[in-house]
Each structure stands twice: as structure tokens, then as C-alpha cells.
Design a protein around this ligand. Structure first.
Ligand code: HEC
Length: 140
């Protein structure tokens, strides 16, 4: 018990000090660390859909038909993932490459942006799976 007492005092002092110094910058760092943690942990299917809706649907449309609200603006048009010519040539390695390096990585239009610096490889793989899922699912 004698041994614990100084430790408890020390812990209280540390807590008191860290509360005093609680600047917004510190909070930002904590938030950043939390984001980093989630970036490296596994991504679920719901996450893939959420990411797709967040990053891709503006151009490719919520169900991948190339009819996002930004599509009218673009020439060439964003790919319709449900188009059979896309389905025939696309496998996950190819789609991962397009998402990572953008259209330019596969000799397509630069209107297809690269996401290699924004997303982790796990996130990109999950997005690629989701794109292939949309392209195969004729019910949507
Ligand atoms: C700013 C609009 C825009 C956004 C946002 C966008 N794309 Fe694209 N995407 C395009 C355009 C335009 C093309 C067609 C390029 C061409 O045909 O030269 C394309 C093509 C593609 C292709 C097809 C390549 C092929 O060989 O047919 C894939 C796969 C793709 N995008 C995936 C995605 C994914 C996944 C996201 C989200 C992470 C995304 N795109 C976000 C505009 C966009």
C-alpha cells in the first residue's frame, strides 16, 4: 500500500497537468490518431458502400450506372459499371489500379481522379470489390 500511494499522487498530478494544457491542437492530434487507427483496421462492406457513396457516386452514380449528378459535366462520361463491356474487361487488380492511379494509370481520361494518396490499399481493395459487385448485380 505504501508503494501505491506516491503512484496515485503522481497519476493525479499528471492528469491535472494534462487537463490544464488541453489545447485544441492536442484534441486534433488525438482525432488524427483515432483516424489513423481506423485507417489501418479492416474495412467492412458497409464501409465500402459508404466510401463509394462518398467518393465515387457524384460521377458514377449511387448504383454505378454512370449517372451521378456531376456526370453531365464530363466528357468522356464516367464509366457505367453495369455495362457489359466494363464487366468483361474488369477484374479486381485492374479496378484497384484505376482507383489508385486514376484514369491516367490505364490510359483513360484524367477526369477519373487518383485515390492512392487519399485511401489505404485496404480501402481501395474494398472499393474495387464494391464496384465489381455493382457491375454484376443486375437488380440495382
Ligand atoms: C470526377 C468524377 C469521377 C469520380 C469522383 C470518380 N470517377 Fe471513376 N471515372 C470517371 C470518368 C470520367 C471515367 C471514364 C474515363 C474514360 O473513359 O476515359 C471513370 C472511369 C472509372 C473506371 C473504369 C475504367 C474502365 O476501364 O472502364 C473505374 C473502375 C472507376 N472510374 C472507378 C471509380 C471509383 C471506384 C471511384 C471512387 C473512388 C471513382 N471512379 C470516382 C470519373 C470519376
Amino acid at each position: 500500500m505504501k508503494f501505491f500511494f506516491p503512484l496515485i499522487i503522481l497519476a493525479m498530478v499528471i492528469i491535472a497537468l494534462s487537463c490544464q494544457n488541453d489545447s485544441p491542437q492536442k484534441e486534433d492530434l488525438a482525432l488524427e490518431a483515432a483516424r489513423e487507427f481506423f485507417r489501418v483496421t479492416d474495412v467492412t462492406v458497409e464501409d465500402s458502400k459508404r466510401m463509394y457513396l462518398h467518393y465515387c457516386s457524384v460521377c458514377h452514380g449511387a448504383t454505378g450506372k454512370g449517372d451521378g449528378f456531376n456526370a453531365y459535366n464530363l466528357e468522356p462520361k464516367p464509366r457505367d459499371f453495369t455495362d457489359s463491356t466494363f464487366l468483361n474487361k474488369a477484374d479486381s487488380a485492374y479496378v484497384v489500379k484505376v482507383i489508385t492511379g486514376g484514369g491516367l494509370a490505364v490510359d483513360l481520361s484524367a477526369m477519373m481522379p487518383p485515390y492512392g494518396r487519399t485511401l489505404t490499399i485496404t480501402e481501395i481493395e474494398k472499393l474495387a470489390e464494391y464496384v465489381l459487385f455493382l457491375s454484376r448485380d443486375s437488380t440495382n
